[in-house]
Design a protein around this ligand. Structure first.
Ligand code: S3P
Length: 437
């Protein structure tokens, strides 16, 4: 992806794509392969974005053998000998890499690691995993990167997490698998449950009751084969494009529809009732993860919507592009209880508000969300991804709806999660995203 992208107005989005593979699932597949008791795991269609490459690089530095068989297959050997000397692990831009590795390494006797990241990751809160892990007996220094960990013996805890975060929950459960006793994590609202589903499919016993998940320490699993489903958070950009451009129809093949990730589909259910713009067929399953073919068409009208409460963790990464959709909706859209957006790759409340205002939207930032009054005709403007992949893509969709030219600076951040974004944009809209640099 070029550093600078120029977006022109589009008429409709039409066609069939396989969205990029799920980022959360690719990270976990790589990590769980390295953690297996024995054997070589086969991960098919992994996401080749930079975040997941950071995870692979860290696992290799820790002692995993990685074989890149082709663009669509990576094989990862279970680590027999964890690295015996102090290592620096570069997590790049990836919060999932850093937080889950904290949980994985905290109970690995003999491992000494320093986890570092880029300028954005270095600002993000790591105390949310370090603090509960310290309660388990972990030796971890730092509240933000660099984080220093020395593997040690862990004791189980019963942890009440103040945030609904799958990264926090997964880090503690992974540490709990190395601790003596039963570790329980309880969240205010359920967050994505990929760790629980995948490990259960691999034979690990995880008890999930209400908003709590518990594991008994000492459980292991063997190597596996996993074909990574498509990422609904990436498909969401085209869903919004299809909803907002009349005459659109987009089909997603192999789309992951884990219920803890389908908040956007529930939101569309609430917005359109019986006149759903969505059609789901061909449901299958992959290591406990539901997968389907999903068709979305442009509806006749776009009503304003509300996002709050337990819906928020189920569509947290889609909120920037849903704010773009809100500018095209009739009435006042309210997004609340979403203060987590302030500690993502950027402060997404501040950045979305700043650039949608620059494009002429009627939008107001709140401490925990945004209020958008629509519909508005957006105007092309110069915006900046600020190094945040989802901001870059959300504003490419905003640009497709705007009069004139929209220029996105630092668009190369999009490669973090969607290396084929420009190609899919052209395939679906017929409009080439012009890049420079
Ligand atoms: C992720 C969990 C979410 C999400 C992130 C990926 C994961 O973050 O925003 O993109 O893979 O567990 P939190 O768990 O911090 O909410």
């Amino acid at each position: 992806m070029s550093r600078r992208l120029s977006v022109r107005p589009c008429s409709s989005f039409r066609g069939t794509i396989r969205p990029p593979s799920d980022k959360s699932l690719t990270h976990r597949a790589y990590m769980f392969a390295a953690l297996a008791r024995q054997g070589i795991s086969i991960v098919k269609h992994p996401l080749t974005g930079e975040d997941c490459e950071s995870t692979l690089g860290c696992l290799e530095a820790l002692g995993a053998s990685i074989q890149r068989i082709s663009e669509t297959e990576v094989r990862i050997g279970a680590v027999n000998d964890w690295v015996g000397h102090p290592v620096t692990l570069d997590c790049g831009n990836s919060g999932t890499t850093m937080r889950l590795l904290c949980g994985i390494l905290a109970g690995r006797d003999g491992v000494e690691a320093t986890l570092v990241g880029d300028a954005s990751l270095a600002k993000r809160p790591m105390g949310r995993v370090a603090e509960p892990l310290r309660r388990m007996g972990a030796e971890i220094e730092g509240e933000t990167a660099p984080i220093r960990i020395r593997g040690s013996r862990l004791e189980a805890i019963d942890y009440q997490s103040p945030v609904a975060s799958a990264q926090v929950k997964s880090a503690i459960l992974l540490a709990g698998l190395r601790a003596s006793g039963q570790t329980t994590v309880t969240e205010p609202f359920p967050s994505r449950d990929h760790t629980e589903r995948m490990l259960t499919a691999l034979g690990v016993q995880i008890d999930c009751v209400g908003n709590s998940a518990s594991v008994q320490g000492g459980q292991e699993w063997d190597a596996f084969e996993f074909d990574v489903p498509g990422d609904i958070s990436s498909a969401a950009f085209w869903m919004v494009a299809a909803l907002a451009h009349e005459g659109s129809e987009v089909v997603f093949e192999g789309l992951g529809v884990n219920p803890s990730r389908t908040g956007i589909l529930d939101l569309l259910g609430a917005m359109f009732g019986n006149e759903s713009p969505i059609d789901i067929t061909g449901e299958t399953e992959e290591l406990g993860e539901p997968v389907c073919r999903l068709k979305i068409q442009s509806p006749g009208r776009l009503p304003a919507f509300t996002i709050q409460g337990d819906l928020v963790p189920r569509l947290i990464d889609e909120i920037p592009v849903l704010a773009v959709l809100a500018t095209q909706c009739d009435g006042t859209t309210v997004i609340r209880d979403a203060q987590e957006l302030r500690v993502k790759e950027t402060d997404r409340i501040a950045v979305v508000t700043q650039y949608l205002s620059a494009m002429g939207a009627d939008i107001e930032a709140m401490p925990d969300g945004m209020v958008v009054r629509g519909p508005t005709q957006l105007q092309g403007a110069e915006v900046d991804s600020a190094g945040d992949h989802r901001i870059g893509m959300a504003f490419a969709i905003a640009g497709s709806l705007a009069h004139g030219e929209t220029v996105i600076e630092n668009a190369h951040a999009i490669d973090t999660s969607y290396p084929g974004f420009a190609r899919h944009f052209e395939q679906l809209s017929g409009i080439v995203l012009e890049g420079q640099g």
